[in-house]
Design a protein around this ligand. Structure first.
Ligand SMILES: *[C@@H]1O[C@H](CO)[C@@H](O)[C@H](O)[C@H]1NC(C)=O
Ligand SMILES: *[C@@H]1O[C@H](CO)[C@@H](O)[C@H](O)[C@H]1NC(C)=O
Ligand SMILES: *[C@@H]1O[C@H](CO)[C@@H](O)[C@H](O)[C@H]1NC(C)=O
Ligand SMILES: *[C@@H]1O[C@H](CO)[C@@H](O)[C@H](O)[C@H]1NC(C)=O
Ligand SMILES: *[C@@H]1O[C@H](CO)[C@@H](O)[C@H](O)[C@H]1NC(C)=O
Ligand SMILES: *[C@@H]1O[C@H](CO)[C@@H](O)[C@H](O)[C@H]1NC(C)=O
Ligand SMILES: *[C@@H]1O[C@H](CO)[C@@H](O)[C@H](O)[C@H]1NC(C)=O
Ligand SMILES: *[C@@H]1O[C@H](CO)[C@@H](O)[C@H](O)[C@H]1NC(C)=O
Length: 395
């Protein structure tokens, strides 16, 4: 029986990484302006980079808009994180899901608007002491916009190199938060793919937003960030592999991990597996809960917690409330998976959502090999009842 389960649910991956010098691993987290969870609360032993989310361009000048209040937050952010032990690199992120995608399309479309925008991003990053810049344009809508994005990255890299020469400082990092797959295969618009050549040449890495893949907007429960999807291709593994098959080198791919769950209201409390009918959002603000809130919810409601073998995800349910999320175990499996693909690392959305003792964020540090340090790796991960068995070893 055990052998049978092992055979049917084991994941076996062979990966051969480049033997050239490995880039240093990325373990990042986004911090969104937040009084309750100030930058000083971030345990910098757990991360290599902390992102400030977000600044926005002005819609007339295309320069970043920085109010006096924002200026003091930016200064506090970089100063606080640089002074911590160990220090951590800071990256200024521009855009986000609430920003205007059309404005980015407009900025990226002409040489003059690109130049104004790029100039301002470098100036603001240097003024406030950031180590890098991140673009979170959600999302380029067609192939023209993707071409423009490639051109934007190219000119950004030239400007960053020129700035490094002029200031005699290390070049700013340039990263981008991107869709979970390299092309928009789920959207109804003509398929369009990210400019992979420009990304390889100009961008330090991309943060693949491999989360919020499912939520209460769908009428059935599902894994919001499932590693596998046996029916559709809406999974972390499909998305990450698409980036690599699409041509981006694995050392420029960083896996996104959610520190939150999505919630549904079950149609029938007795039907509570993955794919059960649901009528809308469950508990939490707009059907979302930070991981620490999921832990509280599970405890206070006496919810049942279940691991789903097929998706390698975890969910809990109590009455008609249903929560799909990631926990320390599923994150351990995903980090091992990312290692097997020789990815650069992982990032979390967002600071303040983990438990106060950083239960999930510490998983990447556990007893697994350093991410980026993989030659040939075999992962075997499976769940039996509530126990996860994970083996990770190098040939
Ligand atoms: C930060 O995390 C490290 C690694 O898990 C741990 O050893 C340390 O105690 C933590 N520091 C604080 C202040 O929580
Ligand atoms: C710029 O944004 C402001 C405030 O949202 C708006 O009133 C204005 O119409 C916008 N201008 C352009 C050119 O988009
Ligand atoms: C950052 O802001 C916090 C809270 O306002 C304050 O306690 C701290 O001293 C500030 N740190 C720096 C380096 O400005
Ligand atoms: C977004 O930006 C575009 C281009 O500047 C502008 O036309 C549009 O009005 C903006 N939309 C919103 C909601 O501000
Ligand atoms: C931005 O443009 C100004 C004015 O042309 C120039 O002096 C400055 O060096 C530029 N800054 C960067 C970072 O390119
Ligand atoms: C759920 O949504 C799908 C796709 O939009 C639709 O085909 C199906 O009929 C819906 N089911 C229910 C129970 O509303
Ligand atoms: C999933 O992707 C694979 C490879 O691109 C394709 O062959 C398959 O048809 C896709 N499956 C679904 C359900 O879209
Ligand atoms: C669970 O709830 C009980 C009482 O409601 C509380 O005493 C306990 O500390 C909680 N445990 C956790 C892990 O939150």
């Amino acid at each position: 029986m055990i052998n049978h389960i092992l055979l049917t649910t084991a994941v076996i991956i062979f990966a051969t990484c480049h033997t050239t010098t490995l880039s240093s691993p990325v373990k990042a987290i986004y911090w969104s302006e937040n009084q309750i969870f100030p930058p000083s609360s971030i345990n910098t032993s757990l991360f290599t980079h902390v992102y400030y989310a977000f600044l926005f361009p002005n819609n007339l000048t295309y320069a970043l808009h920085v109010s006096d209040a924002t200026a003091s937050t930016l200064t506090n952010f970089t100063t606080t994180l640089r002074a911590k032990t160990p220090p951590v690199k800071t990256i200024l992120s521009i855009g986000g899901s609430n920003s205007n995608a059309s404005l980015f399309a407009l900025i990226a479309s002409t040489a003059a608007t690109r130049a104004s925008f790029i100039n301002s991003t470098i100036q603001v990053s240097r003024t406030f002491g950031f180590d890098g810049i991140d673009l979170d344009w959600e999302f380029p809508r067609d192939s023209n916009q993707m071409n423009d994005l490639g051109q934007l990255f190219h000119e950004w890299r030239l400007a960053i190199s020129a700035d490094a020469v002029a200031t005699r400082r290390p070049p700013l990092l340039l990263t981008a938060a991107v869709y979970f797959a390299v092309d928009f295969f789920l959207s109804s618009t003509p398929p369009h793919k990210y400019p992979v050549d420009s990304i390889n040449q100009n961008v330090d890495w991309v943060n693949v937003m491999s989360y919020s893949l499912r939520g209460p907007w769908g009428n059935v429960t599902g894994a919001p960030s499932g590693l596998f999807d046996p029916i559709q291709n809406i999974s972390v593994s499909f998305g990450l592999q698409s980036w690599i098959q699409g041509g981006v080198v694995p050392e420029k791919v960083v896996m996104g991990l959610p520190l939150y769950g999505m919630t549904w209201q079950l149609q029938d409390p007795n039907v509570h597996g993955i794919g059960s009918d649901a009528t809308g959002p469950g508990p939490g603000l707009n059907g979302a809960m930070a991981y620490f809130q999921v832990v509280e919810f599970n405890n206070q409601s006496g919810a049942k917690v279940a691991y789903d073998v097929e998706t390698r995800s975890v969910y809990s349910y109590s009455g008609s409330s249903w929560v799909g999320y990631d926990d320390p175990l599923t994150v351990t499996v995903k980090v091992a998976y990312a290692q097997a693909l020789c990815l650069r690392g992982y990032f979390f959305w967002a600071a303040g959502f983990d438990t106060s003792d950083w239960k999930i964020s510490t998983q990447g540090l556990g007893n697994l090999h350093e991410i980026g340090d993989c030659v040939k790796l075999v992962i075997c991960a499976f769940f039996i009842k509530k126990t996860c068995y994970l083996d990770c070893w190098r040939e």
